[in-house]
Design a protein around this ligand. Structure first.
Ligand code: PLP
Length: 451
C-alpha cells in the first residue's frame, strides 16, 4: 500500500520515525511492521497480513485488540467529559471511582492512589515520594534506591538508573545512589553444586551485606518486580521474597513492588505480590490497568507510606509534583471498564485455567538442543537460547539469536519478543487453548526454520 505520491508506509516510516528499543540492523533489513487494526489476539498490517500477538502489545493489551465494551466505555466518556487537566485539587468523578476501585483491589486495607501516564513516571514518582518523606522526617541522607541486576523499571533518568541493564551505560547511568543487588536467577547465577535453597539464602545474605556496607541509614527503599519481565522473564528463586522481606524490615526499608507487568492478572492472581506473598509497602501499576487502551500509571501507597507522605506534604504544604495529563477522565473510564473485564468477565480465570497448558507447551522447548532454560509462570514464558547447553554459552554473531528467531517468527505471522538471549511469550489473557496451540505451533515451525 502506498499514498497518492507512491510512497509506501515503510518508506514514510524510514523517513520520519525513530524507533526505540528496536534492533537497527533488523529494522533496515525487514522494515517496520505497520499496523492498521486488530481483532481478538491478532493484529493486521498495511498489506493485510495477520499476526498472532504473543506479547499482548507490550504485555498490556490483554483483552484483545477490538474489545467492544472498552471501546464503548471510552466513547461514552468522550461524549460525557473527555479531557480535564490533572488532579490538582480538581478531579473527574470517574477518577475518584477508579481510585476507590484500585484501593479495593490492592493488598492494602487502606491507602491512596497517585496517577501518572506510564510505568516509568510512576516509579520515578515513587522515588520522589520516598525522598520527600525522608527529608521531612529529618533523614535527608536516606536517598539510596536498591533494585536488582536485570531489573527493568523504566526509561526516565531515575528509572534508567534503577534499570540494571548494560545498555544504560550509553547514557552514563546509573546515577550515584542507585544500587544494584543480585538477580535471583538460580539457573544463571547459582554456584557449582549450590542448592536453590542455599542460593536464596545467599541472595538474602548479600542484600544484608549491601545494606550494611552502604549504611542502612542511607537507603530509602527497594524496588522489585515480582517476576523480572524485560530482564527475560525471571521468576525469583524459591523462597526469595520470604527471605529478603525480614532483611528489609530489620532496617526499616520499604519494599515497592513494581507490578507494571505482573499486576492485574498476568500470573493468574490480581497481583504478583499475591502470587509470591510479597507484602509490599507500595505498588507501581500500569499497562493492564487500561488493557492497553489508554496510557496510565499509578502509584498505590499502603497505609504507612500514605500517612508518611501526607505528613510530609502537610509540612511542605503540597506534594510538588504532577503530570498534566495524569488521572484523565478518559483513561479512568477505560481503566474502570478494563478492570471490570479482567476481574469479572473471566480473564484472570482464563489465565489461571490455561496456565498449565501454556507451561506444558512451553516446556516442550526444553528438549531443543539450543534451549538453555525454559522459564514460565502464569502467562509469562521465556526460552533462553544457548549455543552450548552444558556450558550455557551464548551464540556469537552480530544479530542476537533471539532477534533472528523473532524476525523469522514475524515472517510466519507470530509476534514474540527477543529479550537478551531469550524469546519471550506473554499472550493476551483472552487467548483460547486452540489459539495457544496455533501460537506454539508457529514458534516450533520458527525454531525448525532457524536451527
Ligand atoms: N516497570 C516495569 C516492570 C516494566 O516492565 C515497565 C515497562 O515495560 C516499566 C516499569 C515502564 O513502564 P512504561 O514503559 O509505561 O514507562
Amino acid at each position: 500500500m502506498a499514498d497518492a505520491k507512491g510512497n509506501s508506509w515503510e518508506e514514510k516510516d524510514r523517513a520520519n520515525v525513530l524507533h526505540g528499543f528496536t534492533d537497527f540492523p533488523s529494522l533496515k533489513e525487514n522494515g517496520p511492521v505497520i499496523l492498521t487494526h486488530g481483532e481478538g489476539i491478532y493484529v493486521f498490517d498495511v498489506h493485510g497480513k495477520r499476526y498472532l500477538d504473543a506479547n499482548s502489545g507490550l504485555w498490556n493489551n490483554v483483552a484483545g485488540f477490538n474489545h467492544k465494551g472498552i471501546i464503548e466505555a471510552l466513547t461514552a466518556q468522550a461524549e460525557r467529559f473527555p479531557g480535564y487537566h490533572s488532579f490538582f485539587g480538581r478531579i473527574a468523578d470517574v477518577t475518584v471511582a477508579l481510585s476507590e476501585r484500585l484501593i479495593g483491589l490492592s493488598p492494602f486495607d487502606s491507602g491512596k492512589v497517585y496517577y501518572t501516564n506510564s510505568g516509568s513516571e510512576a516509579n520515578d514518582t515513587m522515588v520522589k515520594m520516598l525522598w520527600m518523606i525522608n527529608r521531612r522526617k529529618g533523614q535527608p541522607e536516606r536517598r539510596k534506591i536498591i533494585t536488582r541486576i536485570n531489573a527493568y523499571h523504566g526509561v526516565t533518568i531515575a528509572t534508567s538508573s534503577m534499570t540494571a541493564k548494560p545498555y544504560n551505560s550509553e547514557f552514563g547511568l546509573p546515577l550515584p545512589g542507585f544500587l544494584h543487588a543480585d538477580c535471583p536467577h538460580y539457573w544463571r547465577f547459582a554456584l557449582e553444586g549450590e542448592t536453590e535453597e542455599a542460593f536464596t539464602e545467599r541472595m538474602a545474605r548479600n542484600l544484608k551485606d549491601l545494606i550494611e556496607r552502604e549504611g542502612p541509614e542511607t537507603i530509602a527503599g527497594m524496588f522489585a518486580e515480582p517476576v523480572q519481565g524485560a530482564g527475560g522473564v525471571i521468576p525469583p528463586s524459591k523462597g526469595y521474597f520470604a527471605a529478603i522481606r525480614p532483611v528489609l524490615r530489620e532496617y526499616d526499608i520499604p519494599l515497592v513492588a513494581d507490578e507494571v507487568i505482573c499486576g492485574f492478572g498476568r500470573l493468574g492472581e490480581m497481583w504478583g505480590s499475591d502470587y509470591y506473598d510479597i507484602e509490599p509497602d507500595a505498588i507501581i501499576a500500569s499497562k493492564c490497568i487500561t488493557a492497553g487502551y489508554y496510557p496510565m500509571g499509578a502509584v498505590i501507597l499502603g497505609e504507612e507510606l500514605t500517612a508518611a507522605l501526607e505528613t510530609a506534604c502537610e509540612a511542605a504544604e503540597e506534594f510538588p509534583h504532577g503530570f498534566t495529563a495524569a488521572g484523565s477522565p478518559l483513561g479512568s473510564a477505560v481503566a474502570l471498564k478494563a478492570l471490570d473485564v479482567i476481574e469479572n468477565d473471566g480473564l484472570i480465570d482464563n489465565v489461571r485455567a490455561l496456565t498449565p497448558y501454556f507451561l506444558e507447551r512451553l516446556y516442550r522447548f526444553g528438549e531443543h538442543p539450543h534451549a538453555g532454560e525454559v522459564r514460565g509462570v502464569g502467562f509469562m514464558g521465556a526460552i533462553e537460547i544457548v549455543a552450548d547447553k552444558k556450558r550455557k554459552t551464548s551464540f556469537d554473531g552480530k544479530l542476537r539469536i533471539s532477534e533472528r528467531i523473532a524476525n523469522k517468527a514475524l515472517e510466519k505471522g507470530l509476534i514474540c519478543r527477543p529479550l537478551g538471549a531469550s524469546v519471550v511469550l506473554a499472550p493476551p489473557f483472552i487467548i483460547t487453548r486452540e489459539e495457544l496451540d496455533t501460537m506454539f505451533d508457529l514458534l516450533e515451525e520458527t525454531f525448525a526454520a532457524v536451527f
